[in-house]
Every structure is written in C-alpha cells, then in structure tokens.
Design a protein around this ligand. Structure first.
Ligand code: PAF
Length: 281
C-alpha cells in the first residue's frame, strides 16, 4: 500500500506525537527523490531497526552549485511513491519549500574540518546546504536513527559531526554502497549517462579496487596516484577532479594507508560528475 505523503510539518508532528506516546522508535531516510536500489537498501535498514520509518524527499536548492544542476535534477515523486509501496514505510514527507525555508530564513549550519576537503573544496557551500537541510529534517522528524549511504561518505561524516556538535539526539547510521554488477555505485546521476558511458563508468570501481590493493600492500599514494588517474581517463572519463587517500574519520589526506583509510574519487564523464569511495585494506 502506498504510504501517505505529508507536505506540512504540522501533519508530520501530529503523526510523530502518536508514535512517541506509544513508545515507538522512529527512523528517517533523507533523500532528494529519484529513488534507486541504493535508497531502497537504506529503507530496508531503517525498517529492520525501527518501528516507524519516514522517507523524506526534498530537492534542496541550497546544496546545488549551479542553477542548471538544480533544474536538471530528476523529480519523480509518483515513481518514488510507487517504489516505496512494497516497503511499508509509514510516511513519505515531501515538505512544501516554506516548511524548510520559510520567508526570511536566515540561518546556516556550517561544519568545518570534514567539510573542507574533496567535495567541500570542489563545491563551495555544498556542505553548508546539506548540513542545514539535514539539521532541519532531523529536528522536524524527531527521528531516533537516520540512515545514509556510504556512497556519499564525506556527507555521512559531515552529518554525523553536525548532529554531535548540535546535540541532536539521533544516531547517524552509514549503510554500504549498492553497486551495479560492474561495480558502478548506484546514483541518480547515472540515469543521465548513455549506455556507452555507463559501460565506461563501470571501469572506475575496478581501478579503485586495484589501487586500494596496492596501497594496502604498502605502496605510497603519491607514487601510485598519477597512473590510476591516467587509467581512469583511458577508461573513458573526461576529467578526474580529485583522487584522494584520506583517514576515514577526520578525512585528513594520507600518503600511506592506515587501517581505516579510504580512497575517494570524483570524475566527469559525458558532462556528468560521478563520485565514489572505498575502504583500503
Ligand atoms: O544525499 C542526499 O540525497 C542529500 O544530500 C540529502 C542528505 C537528502 C540532503 O539533501
């Protein structure tokens, strides 16, 4: 059965109040819609852990760096509701824009440190937009647990830091990246690629995996990075925006893999920017 779509905060709050009175645990899966199997895996994790599950769908203008990217972002509310139907979520919260950014909205949440590198350096203001909207969604949904994909690992770290720093009583849970058979990480952006570019993009993950193995075997990142970037270009990508080895918690750059190191990449293909990351070792 399709879950009710709520657009007003007051309606969400009255549902939430009933759940809390009944002593139920509430989970939230924040999304911008255009749902795919990666999102649905988060919904499954939320259903397994919580009594009630809210999926939020809000295309957040504050986290886009260009008006074209915002305009081109797929909006597929009907299809999203259809995909969610078999999962038995309790509410799909699709807030009216003024529920998130009311007239005169003047606040911003900024998380320094983990926001400053990689995506934060390439997309100024992006993580302020993410942290601001996610803080609002955490407070509006009053959820006990929130579920995010590790595909956006840096976002996961930013959101976790934000919730801790602002004393928002929510557990932020990271769930494994869901991949195509080729290894390509699922992303709403993949739908903008031609069949040929999708095939080429599928070569990114094996390249990362090989690099991770070389690093785990003791190789230095500065000695291996240029060859891996060249392989990504040879696979069909137009540009590698960054390829970085970082510590998993604070995202500080590393030259040698420590036990929790992760590799991160952002690369362009056919005008689409793809990101991915994997654990090393
Ligand atoms: O990952 C996303 O889809 C978005 O960045 C999020 C977390 C829903 C905030 O708008």
């Amino acid at each position: 059965m399709t879950a009710p779509i709520l657009r007003r905060l007051a309606d969400l709050r009255s549902k939430h109040a009933g759940w809390i009175r009944a002593g139920e645990r509430v989970g939230v899966v924040p999304t911008m819609g255009a749902l795919h199997a990666g999102h649905l895996s988060l919904v499954e994790a939320a259903k397994a852990a919580c009594d009630r599950v809210i999926v939020t769908i809000f295309v957040n203008p504050k986290q886009f760096n260009s008006p074209e990217d915002l305009a081109n972002y797929p909006r597929t509310e009907h299809e999203d509701a259809r995909l969610l139907a078999p999962y038995g979520v309790d509410v799909i919260y699709v807030p009216d824009p003024e529920e998130i950014y009311p007239q005169g909205f003047a606040s911003s949440v900024s998380v320094s440190g983990v926001s400053d590198v990689m995506e934060g350096a390439c997309r100024p203001g992006h993580f302020d937009g993410v942290a601001t909207v996610v803080a609002k969604l955490f407070l509006q949904t009053g959820a006990h647990q929130a579920f995010f994909g590790e595909k956006d690992y840096q976002q996961l770290m930013v959101v976790r830091r934000m919730a801790r720093d602002l004393d928002i009583d929510i557990e932020v849970i990271g769930c494994p990246t869901v991949r195509e058979v080729s290894g390509l990480a699922l992303s709403s952006r993949n739908s903008r690629l031609s069949a040929g570019a999708l095939r080429q993009a599928g070569r990114l993950h094996p390249i990362l995996t090989r690099l991770a193995a070389d690093l785990a075997a003791g190789g230095r990142f500065d000695a291996l990075c240029a060859a891996a970037q060249a392989e990504i270009i040879a696979a069909g990508f137009d540009e590698v925006e960054y390829l970085s080895l970082c510590a998993a918690e604070d995202l500080q750059p590393l030259q040698v893999a420590e036990s929790t190191a992760r590799l991160f990449v952002a690369a362009w293909i056919e005008g689409v920017r793809l990101i991915d990351n994997i654990a090393v070792g």
